[in-house]
Design a binder for this molecule. Structure first.
Ligand code: ZN
Length: 346
């Protein structure tokens, strides 16, 4: 059964109060960054509404996990519980296909929701990564969002609501999930993660932008993070930064691009406000970052920021990975050598 993470319990209680007062909306939009537990929350809410004997202790309102309804949900066979996720294009042979929610999935869902409930209870539809709906799919959902029928709840999830059409957003009640503070999650992280001490736990929390579920992944990412740090600090050790392009091209592109963006944002922060050390994501590299921030070419830094954001948004579009990294590393190198900005590799 889906669980309610400790930092989401007050949010859970608020939703349960709405439900008890029969004020639960028919369409909810759960927003907030990746790694906060939105998906588990949505599943737990769906399961709770279908359950015949929800718990009254501990986390009140949660599904019991034992009744017939709960067993069907657990087996993936509940006829009134629908989950829509982005999928690759049909017949795609790409290793990194672009995932979308297509109109066929939404039409199919809307047609099922227009029929009566199979179990004479709630009907729940969860649309994960709803911002991956293409325009036709979003349009097809509008009518159902407006009049979903009795005892129907649509739960849409999104980390980036700016990518959702305003027509979708305006038809849902938005529930914003915010990042917890470190004291709120420290015990849970220590229990679930493999951290040697509080400092390393806090460092991982910072690196994951205060998203507890992502914090648990940081431990497995150290070698790749170290590789990027070595590349970005190569020049200060009199190494050739371009020697790192091949190794970087073999690692996970999306993660590396996100981390490089963190480095760029840290530099921007320190170059504008040298005292803002506490907000720096890469605390372990605060010294070299502070030094680099004094030398950085700020317009170039903002160009690199845009370049990284655009490359991240292009997602899975095929690019020669080694060329991509040579290009990015050169842009980085030139931030600190404005006089050689137009030169290329000797
Ligand atoms: Zn149950």
């Amino acid at each position: 059964m889906a669980i309610i993470y400790p930092w989401l319990q007050s949010q859970w209680s608020q939703v349960m109060v709405l439900q008890q007062q029969q004020h639960l909306p028919h369409a909810m939009l759960l927003t907030g960054s990746h790694g906060l537990g939105k998906t588990e929350f949505a599943h737990a809410l769906g399961q709770a509404l279908l359950c015949r004997s929800p718990l009254s202790d501990d986390v009140a309102g949660q599904a019991c996990g034992k009744c017939h309804q709960c067993s069907m949900v657990a087996a993936g066979t509940h006829p009134d519980f629908y989950i829509i996720k982005p999928a690759p294009p049909k017949n795609s042979k790409s290793k990194h296909p672009i995932l979308t929610i297509r109109i066929e999935s939404i039409r199919d869902l809307c047609s099922k929701l227009s029929q009566t409930s199979q179990m004479s209870g709630y009907r729940i539809a969860i649309i994960e990564q709803a911002d991956k709906m293409n325009a036709a799919a979003a349009n097809a959902l509008l009518k159902t969002l407006e009049e979903p029928g009795d005892n129907t709840l649509l739960i849409l999830l999104s980390t980036d609501t700016s990518r959702l059409p305003a027509t979708i957003r305006s038809r849902c009640q938005q529930f914003k999930f915010v990042s917890p503070s470190f004291p709120q999650v420290e015990n849970w992280l220590q229990l679930k993660g493999d951290f040697s001490d509080t400092a390393s736990c806090q460092q991982a929390f910072q690196l994951s932008h205060h998203a507890p579920l992502t914090t648990l992944e940081v431990a497995g990412q150290w070698p790749q993070r170290e590789l990027l740090a070595s590349a970005l600090l190569a020049e200060s050790r009199h190494e050739d930064i371009l020697d790192y392009a091949l190794k970087l091209s073999q690692a996970d592109r999306h993660s590396l691009l996100g981390w490089m963006l963190d480095w760029v944002n840290d530099l921007a922060r320190l170059s504008i406000a040298p005292d803002s050390c506490e907000q720096v994501i890469n605390q372990a590299s605060i010294q070299p970052l502070t030094q680099l921030a004094r030398l950085v070419d700020r317009p170039g830094l903002f160009r690199l920021q845009t370049q990284l954001l655009q490359t991240l948004q292009q997602g899975s579009i095929a690019l020669n990975p080694q060329l991509l990294w040579e290009n990015l590393l050169l842009s980085w190198k030139h931030l600190f050598q404005p006089q050689t900005r137009s030169s290329s590799r000797p």
